[in-house]
Design a protein around this ligand. Sequence first.
Ligand SMILES: Nc1ncnc2c1ncn2[C@@H]1O[C@H](COP(=O)(O)OP(=O)(O)OP(=O)(O)O)[C@@H](O)[C@H]1O
Ligand SMILES: [Mg+2]
Length: 384
Amino acid sequence: MGFNPLKIKIGVLGGGQLGKMMAQEVSKWDLNLHFLDPDSQASCSTMSPNFTCGDFRDYDTVYQWGKDKDIITIEIESVNIEALLHLEKEGVKVYPQPKLIRFIQDKTNQKKFFTEHNIPSAPYFTLCKNQEFRESFEASELKFPLVQKLNKGGYDGKGVQVLNDESELNNLFKEDSFFEKKAEIITEVSVIVVRSSNDEIKCYPSVSMDFHPTANLVEYLVCPAQIPEEVDQKCRALALKIASELGIVGLLAVEMFYNHDGEIWVNELAPRPHNSGHQTLDNGAVSQFENHIRSILGLPLGNTNFDKMAIMINLLGEENYSGEVIYNGISECLEQNGIYIHLYGKSITKPFRKMGHATIVGKDLSECIEKAEFVKKTLKVVSK
Ligand SMILES: Nc1ncnc2c1ncn2[C@@H]1O[C@H](COP(=O)(O)OP(=O)(O)OP(=O)(O)O)[C@@H](O)[C@H]1O
Ligand SMILES: [Mg+2]
């Protein structure tokens, strides 16, 4: 296929860190991504000459911005679907397909899809505005503890709450939501699938969310996942089945729970690059970001396998610091082989804000854990 990268206009809705990493990965092919984000200080604002400040949730803004693009994709789900449908009708390629983004935006659609396609997921019941909790609860035959989830708009755990017993019913979310059985989780697992506009499909090895073995529950994303081989295979098979049956073009991250009874439950879907795929930038695979762009351009998909172990940790703003960011301890980390630091172009730190991530690549888990602990205690995101 002939290819003049300078002539292809790829638009990305959202200009955060996921967009920044996408742009970094494909700048090697002279591809310039065009970003739209409401935050004038967004990660992509300083690194792309084609950054537009505007609201990706607004119909007119998206439509006007999108008209001259050849292909549009997303790095965040909460975008204006009507505008994307309109652009698609006028011949702009939009991947993932707007109807699928809309479908995934509502978590109850995901739950229905799992039921209809025999995909294991937590049993649930729905509750719409003005409906009585008790009525639906009793009809469901579920018991406490339950997890309440907003149908729409949740992210980073906002919009999700555990209800241990009746006494917590006073704090129910008021918006449309559903309730599901609380899982007894050994580990959370994520599998990223990439499916191209030519119907080629591949997935990355499973990633597990593990915790610090000794202290204070620090989260590590470990790849390959620390789960039995047959569980990994089941997780991958489920993720591939979901992406194929949806017919999605682009990346699909499938979040799952591996439960104490040995069952796997699919938790939720994200049709975009995912936190659990960041290690693909450094572990020898073709990265999730490059494969995403390959998939929407209809290029052959790159290798998703690798033989190195990797741990990814988020670099979050320290609790008591707000203001212009300073990264302490970077040079100590860079002295060691196998530690890769990625910063997201955010000038202001706030408590727990995701400011970057570190990937630790090594030959085995204990080497990676040792270095990850070093990064965790050495690299601190603070302000003056
Ligand atoms: N049924 C459940 N049982 C036990 N824990 C759950 C359940 N559902 C969600 N959780 C916990 O809450 C977390 C957030 O839930 P979920 O992924 O559905 O929401 P989210 O807001 O989209 O989160 P994120 O953006 O972090 O992925 C999960 O990663 C898991 O730790
Ligand atoms: Mg989630």
